[in-house]
Design a protein around this ligand. Structure first.
Ligand SMILES: *Cc1c(COP(=O)(O)O)cnc(C)c1O
Length: 479
């Protein structure tokens, strides 16, 4: 299987090369020439890791020893041997993606990416250590640190905006253990940190081979296909569906990676009905999927579901390519997004997209109400991102009158956002997030994930804070 850019077919490369490069030279994202077709019954056999081996292996067939890579990535890292278990809750089934080392769904991909990257490097005969550089607004940094921690041949360096992440997120990063990790605060906001990282990629850092853990890498997307199959298997076993019956999925969406993995699962043979794209007040995707016009020219709202506070959803580009098959069109639309901040897709493409996707959004107030309602009616405690998806899933069922079984994807533990979640259940006192975590546990009895318990007591190992201009020196001095 070969890969090419969403913006042109001049270059044809293997899966392992696509993992190594991340982004194509023309600015496009790598996509396979054709998508593999799986026999669903065989694919569902065995453990979740067996399923992951088959699914990731089918998308990246030139990477060898996939089974060993999958086991090295996930063994002992997730609190559930199923990796991504499901829970029935009221009218829906919740797919819990937050049982990894940092209690966020990005763990599923970021545990696997380092293994794919190092295997690809070996196969391509590349030598020397590689340094992963990431700027984070919160969740990605910690998940990348855990995923790459102590992986041979790799160093991982994370920059976060000083004062720009929550107390829990900061504690998660500054207490990071591992012999190959570096973490540092940068003066300014997330944009300053991200611009600094981009400049380092542009200028290079003497003595370092740089790479990225960014979500546009196909090596981050492929591992996410597995949990759609896993959820389907659970519904079969629960008797909710018979083999071949469709299932709908509602996905809290930011960069469009998670939901695109669901669409890939469908193309690869999984019986998926509608994919429902849930946004918060940053509802660019809702507008796009209803009108065909993507328009980023609007203010970015800060919400209680910060991982979805995003105006440009990079992975949408892959969908536009797959559904149009037209790299020229994609290059043109992305050019318009760059220069004018907006584009409109042709009528026919919009109607193809709308056959597969439905979209809605939910504001902070409705998300809080949903957390309270789902907890009191069904005894299920969900985080703010999951609540967004739940509310949009309800809107979909009411408006479309579609009774196909619905899976709601849950992308974070409620304890990662204790202030917002607790405030949905009772009036909150003070500003100490760790006290809120304790109170949330006292009130609900839902166990606090082990990686978040005692975080406050852990020694702080990475307390530095630098100006943007010092980032180059910081990276150059990582030993
Ligand atoms: C990253 C993230 C999302 C959005 O996922 P995308 O793949 O970017 O659409 C949703 N919820 C949480 C908690 C996340 O960390």
């Amino acid at each position: 299987m070969r890969y090419h850019s969403t913006r042109g077919t001049d270059e044809s490369i293997t899966g392992s090369q696509a993992v190594l490069r991340g982004l194509a030279p023309d600015g496009g994202l790598y996509v396979p020439d054709t998508l593999p077709q799986l026999d669903v019954i065989t694919c569902l056999e065995g453990s979740t890791m067996d399923m992951a081996t088959r699914i990731i292996g089918s998308l990246l067939p030139d990477i060898q020893n996939m089974e060993a890579l999958v086991r090295a990535a996930y063994t002992g890292k997730f609190t559930s041997s199923e990796l991504t278990p499901t829970q029935a809750a009221g009218p829906f089934t919740v797919l819990e993606l937050f049982h990894g080392p940092t209690s966020a769904f990005k763990d599923v991909a970021l545990c696997m990416l380092p293994r794919l990257l190092t295997a690809a490097r070996q196969q391509q005969g590349m030598e020397g250590d590689i340094t992963i550089l990431t700027a984070t607004s919160g969740d990605t940094g910690k998940a990348a640190l855990e995923g790459f921690r102590d992986v041979p041949g790799v160093k991982i360096c994370v920059f976060y905006p000083q004062g720009g992440v929550s107390a829990v997120q900061r504690a998660q990063m500054v207490t990071q253990e591992g012999g190959n990790v570096a973490v540092c605060a940068v003066e300014g906001n997330f944009d300053d940190a991200q611009t600094g990282v981009k400049q380092l990629f542009a200028s290079g850092v003497p003595g370092k081979q740089l790479s990225t853990a960014n979500s546009i890498n196909i090596g981050r997307l492929a591992p996410q296909v597995t949990y759609y199959f896993k959820a389907y298997k659970d519904l079969l076993q629960a008797g909710t569906v018979k083999m071949g019956d469709p299932v709908n999925f509602c996905v809290p969406t930011g960069n469009f990676g998670d939901i695109l993995a669901g669409w890939l699962a469908k193309q690869m043979g999984l019986p998926v009905g509608r994919l429902i794209c849930a946004s918060n007040a940053n509802n660019v995707l809702t507008d796009f999927l209803t009108t065909g016009t993507y328009d980023r020219r609007r203010p970015l709202h800060k919400t209680i579901s910060p991982s979805m506070d995003i105006l440009v959803s990079s992975n949408l580009e892959r969908l536009l390519y797959f559904l149009s098959g037209d790299t020229g069109l994609v290059a043109n639309l992305m050019g318009q997004l760059n220069t004018q901040g907006a584009y409109t897709v042709p009528e026919a493409l919009l109607s193809t997209i709308q056959k597969e996707f439905w979209a809605g959004f939910c504001g902070d107030e409705q998300a809080r109400q949903t957390i309270g309602k789902v907890y009191s009616q069904y005894g299920y405690l969900c985080d703010t991102h999951t609540a967004t998806a739940w509310a949009v899933a309800e809107d979909y069922v009411n408006q479309a009158n579609d009774n196909t079984p619905m899976v709601v994807l849950s992308t974070a533990s409620p304890y990662k956002f204790p202030a917002a979640v607790l405030s949905a259940l009772e009036p909150v006192k003070g500003t100490d997030e760790f006290a809120m975590m304790a109170r949330l546990y006292e009130k609900t009895g839902v166990p606090i994930p082990k990686n978040l318990v005692g975080l406050q007591q852990k020694p702080e190992r990475h307390t530095g804070c630098i100006a943007k201009e010092q980032m180059l020196d910081f990276v150059a001095n990582i030993s």
